[in-house]
Design a protein around this ligand. Sequence first.
Ligand code: MOS
Length: 702
Amino acid sequence: MTTTDARLTRVRAVGTGHVRVEGLAKVTGAARYAGEVPFAQLAHGWLVLSTVARGRVRDLEEAAVLAMPGVLAVLDHRNAPPLKTDYVGLLGTVPDPTCAVFQNDHVPHLGWPVALVVAETSEQAREAAEALVVHYEQGPHDVDFTADRPDAHPVDGHMPAVTEKGDLEAGLAASAVVVDATYTTPEEHHHPMEPHAATAHWESDRLEVVDSNQGATWVVGELANLFSLDPGSVRVRSEHVGGGFGSKGVRAHQVAAVMASRMLGRPVRVVLTRRQMFTLAGHRSPTVQRVRLGADADGRLRALEHRSLSRTSTVYEFVEPSAGVARVMYDADAHRTENRVVPLDVPSPTWMRAPGEAPGSFALEAALDELAHACGVDPIDLRMRNEPDRGPVSGLPFAGRNLRACFEEGARRFGWAGRDPRPGVRREGRWLLGTGTAAASFGAGAAPSTASITAEPDGSFTVRIAAADIGTGARTALTLVAADALEVPPERVRVRLGDSAFGPAMIAGGSMGTRSWSWAVMAAAGDLRERLVPGMAIPAGGVTVRSDTTAAIAALAQKERHSFGAQFAEVAVDTATGEVRVRRMLGVFAAGRIVNPLTARGQFTGGMIWGISMALHEEAARDAVSGGPVGADLAGYHVATHADVPHVEAHWVADEDPEDPVGIKGIGEIGIVGAAAAVANAVWHATGVRHRSLPIRPDRVL
Ligand code: MOS
């Protein structure tokens, strides 16, 4: 090695800001998304969704539609192939029947897929789909989500429905100060920039789907199960994905495309419209949460109860586990949490960025703020007095917590010291000003993945992993991780992802993607370096090693693994119009080793901005009469726009998971956690009025 080379190898790529390796391809349009990849003989499918909220399909007038220009087929429950639905999928759940399309005439909600019209062009398919007359036998529907539903019941989901220790009522009775408050959050939607899209084609008995998803391995597994195929004969590719946020798993359009493609013997593409996404892409359930806190006069908790009710469909039991956040954040001798659901005639909800923690932290962190005021204790001091040294429910040690460091750094940067705790006393013309804070946490797990690395004859390296870069910057992060592990500059590493042919890998979900994939890349790089003897000539086909982290991850010690954070917001409330404007926002996170500060900052601030949006704007309205969404578009569903987003800063403190080969924890979801509570707490500090229902709309403020 020359001196220059030796110095280069000491420059660590991980921890240094790098622009996205595919950035140029994306901004020039060279990067193709699932709905754009060209296919010869491509046919286009358009989904027809039910216009009634409950009932059955009595008849479809498909003959008229089949006579329309370019129409090739109409697929519905009378001619669709049967699917297998009694399996447990990769993520440990049975499939949502919403994705098992056209299996019967039952309509469980408005917007349920009842047919697919396939035509030569997308325009012809759309015109015919809109012309298709469907006759329904309509039944009474119920979409009334209220706290006192008698049919609400506990559901375990991915965690136990109920955790309980100590005597809650006795703990509350013995407390000097009690807060008992109910908080609500509305139905919310993901709406990634790129709508869901899939193109399916068969080559003899092999199925290939070009798709926009959060995990090619996942989609292969579900499609193989549904269609009773050998997973080895299914390939899913998703090279570029324009956002997912939990909404991009297996849904109706992929399954319909696979069916139609088999029926016609041609590639078939199905793309969801923005409007269809309101019923077919999943959403976050509304929640009603009751939090009861009992504390000594100094704010030390004696009793904590967090109960959450969310809504699910009648065909699938999905729980938004909002009470789960209390199992990590705060301890008390008497501690009780409970997640319940009520099934109604609505689409199935699904994971949406920080499922559970996003709405759960709004309720819990607002309740902590109410307790701080009732005790006359500073909101940060109150949290620091209640820092647990073990998992409040699990009793396990934390693999790093560092929440204290986040609050110290955050308070310093935000200028919290000397804050006047009195609400409603800071005026600036017609504006009332206030500041608020909240804590955040999100799970930091790792899941088995496989990766391969090829040492190429030209001295470069090709990494292959079925990871999904849904816009997080995962491709770039993996390039940096591989470069450091191989001790070469990032320019000599090429990362290929989004192809199930690269072997099983974790999904881009649960804030576990980059960590899980990096682990596999580290393992492969280590093996490859052992294989490469200095001075060895690389054969034309390169030298390839393959890794699998199943055993390493199974050996992880049992600990509470989470990222943590402290959120701060300053708001101004217009006393004339009720408008709330966030003036600045700051988040400080302890989220493990930060691989790429540039894209990591984007992840954090993106989540925080979503928190502003959740606090002030987002609310999907549902019409009780039709049972369907109202204003199902991005004009009716308000999200924060540039004008709503002020100076938003994200920082992090030194933190790492010592058992992770890179030290990563995970940053995908924590940015939104606590963000809405920080804004709501600031609104209270500004006005003296506690808003316990999101969003904090002007009409609620006045
Ligand atoms: Mo996330 S809600 O795990 O995409």
